[in-house]
Design a protein around this ligand. Structure first.
Ligand SMILES: [Ca+2]
Ligand SMILES: [Ca+2]
Ligand SMILES: [Ca+2]
Ligand SMILES: [Ca+2]
Length: 484
């Protein structure tokens, strides 16, 4: 566009100069897509393509920061191929063809950005008009263990299964994602089936995933289906369904996570900070979903008493169908409903010590919605488990006084802000308050071979202490207006 503007400027100047000299008639007629220039020739008005298109199956190659890329349709990186992406590269997803990037089993993605030059997967639409569901999303599949038989991600064609029943590929690597953002993903691939911003099916523990933000997705922010991969420093921002969704026997470790909810939209399936299942039904299949999440700060949709969130909002923690996830050293504020054990099988996992909720802080209004039970679960048993395992409850909506007492800053909720107007550089660092207490990793769970040594000591509960805001520089909190 700038090129065109400069041309017109030059043309106007020339026209002025020439009209002063001579007044010759030009009778040339230009074809469609061209305009007549002052020297009586036709000039091509078609701009150079903004994007380099990526389609079909990609062979091993590097995407460079000097170009912008467009995913058209479902784009695969198949076994034996590696997609490398330079720091600062922008990859957009095409809306009409539901652009989606699928790293297939045995394929790899090496998207290693830097704090100053993150790699951005985003909408192909211009700043100001981007929205959730502008494209598919990022799907990464591997061969690590899963508790379902040959599961597939719905809507991916040709259908690709992921995972193995055994542990033989548990240390596999699907590559590295570092300083990466995924924005406006979540298009509906098949009816009522939106993609997550990032879907991980049986990713192995050799995969590295650190500093990854998903924003304004049309389904879950991050969803794990089985696998053993670990991650650190995740942000789920303004997503539609669940911030963190865990299924099919995922057993990895994740430390430091932030989620922030926009109050007026949520999914009909019920939007939760964590929605965790062992499987699609309550069957007793192993390995159990024992993934362990430590140091999460989950800021819910209710910023003030007077700003009621969308009615599809549900729980801070919705634990379902025999799940046994570990959630520790984390804080949940701004959720009208607290913790639900949805089946008796969930209660059994936690009371037996297979699942673990430990050293967490939950701020939620007092009453029947603080602790909930599904059919056959007594809510009082949920409360008993919580209270007996070193967890804390603050019985309140997130009032300024109560947030300050915890050490949280009070302006961190979306509350009534426009969704394009969250602070550009929010500061999540704690101030003095009760969250300045040591994270604890002294349960038997942390002695398991796949966990030992993974979690870092922290002098705080939640994702941030007083000295470091790890979202600085690379994360983007106003992506709707960001010009790429
Ligand atoms: Ca989902
Ligand atoms: Ca979900
Ligand atoms: Ca799920
Ligand atoms: Ca949900």
């Amino acid at each position: 566009m700038q090129k065109l503007f400069l041309f017109f400027l030059a043309a106007m100047t020339a026209m002025f100069l020439i009209s002063c000299d001579k007044d010759e008639e030009c009778t040339l007629t230009c074809p469609a897509g061209q305009i007549l220039t002052i020297d009586c020739t036709c000039f091509n008005t078609v701009e150079e393509p903004k994007f380099t298109e990526l389609t079909g199956s990609l062979t091993t190659q590097t995407l460079v920061a000097s170009k912008k890329y467009l995913l058209k349709g479902q784009v695969f990186v198949n076994a034996g191929q590696t997609l490398t992406i330079e720091p600062g590269t922008v990859i957009a997803g095409d809306k009409a063809t539901k652009g989606t990037l699928v790293i297939n089993k045995g394929g790899k993605i090496n998207a290693i950005g830097t704090k100053e030059k993150p790699i951005v997967f985003t909408s192909a639409l211009d700043a100001g008009i981007r929205d959730r569901g502008d494209w598919g999303g990022l799907v990464i599949l591997g061969n690590a263990q899963v508790n379902q038989v040959d599961p597939a991600i719905e809507g991916i064609t040709p259908a690709v299964t992921f995972g193995k029943a055994d542990e033989s590929s548990n240390t596999e690597s699907s590559g590295t994602l570092k300083y990466v953002r995924v924005e406006f993903a979540g298009i509906e691939l098949t009816p009522n089936n939106e993609t997550n911003s990032i879907t991980m099916g049986s990713m192995g523990s050799g995969t590295v995933m650190e500093y990854v933000q998903v924003s304004f997705g049309g389904d879950d922010g991050f969803e794990w289906f089985g696998g053993t991969a670990n991650a650190k420093y995740l942000i789920s921002y303004g997503t539609w369904d669940d911030c963190f969704d865990v299924d099919f026997g995922f057993s990895g470790n994740v430390q430091y996570g932030l989620s922030l909810r926009y109050p007026t939209f949520a999914d009909q399936s019920g939007s939760n900070a964590f929605e965790c299942d062992n499987g699609p039904n309550d069957n007793d299949v192993k390995p159990y979903t024992t993934g362990t999440f430590s140091n999460f700060t989950c800021i819910g949709p209710r910023g003030t008493n007077s700003n009621a969130p969308n009615a599809n909002y549900q729980h801070a923690l919705d634990l379902r169908r025999r799940t046994a996830v570990g959630i520790v050293n984390s804080v949940f504020v701004g959720w009208d409903r607290g913790l639900r054990f949805n089946q008796p099988s969930v209660t059994a996992q936690y009371t037996s010590g297979t699942g673990l909720l430990y050293n967490n802080v939950l701020m939620t209004p007092s009453g029947a919605n603080q602790f909930l039970g599904g059919t056959g679960v007594v809510a009082a048993d949920v409360a008993t488990y919580w209270n007996d395992n070193g967890n804390t409850t603050v019985s309140s909506n997130p009032t300024a006084d109560n947030l300050t007492a915890l050490g949280l800053k009070t302006g961190l909720f979306f509350d009534k802000k426009d969704n394009r107007n969250y602070g550009a550089t929010p500061d999540f660092k704690l101030v003095a308050g009760t969250l300045n207490a040591a994270s604890k990793f002294d349960k038997a769970r942390f002695d398991a071979p796949n966990r030992k040594g993974y979690f870092q000591a922290a002098s705080f509960i939640g994702a941030f202490g007083q000295s470091d805001d790890w979202t600085d520089t690379w994360a983007e909190f106003n992506p709707i207006l960001k010009v790429y």
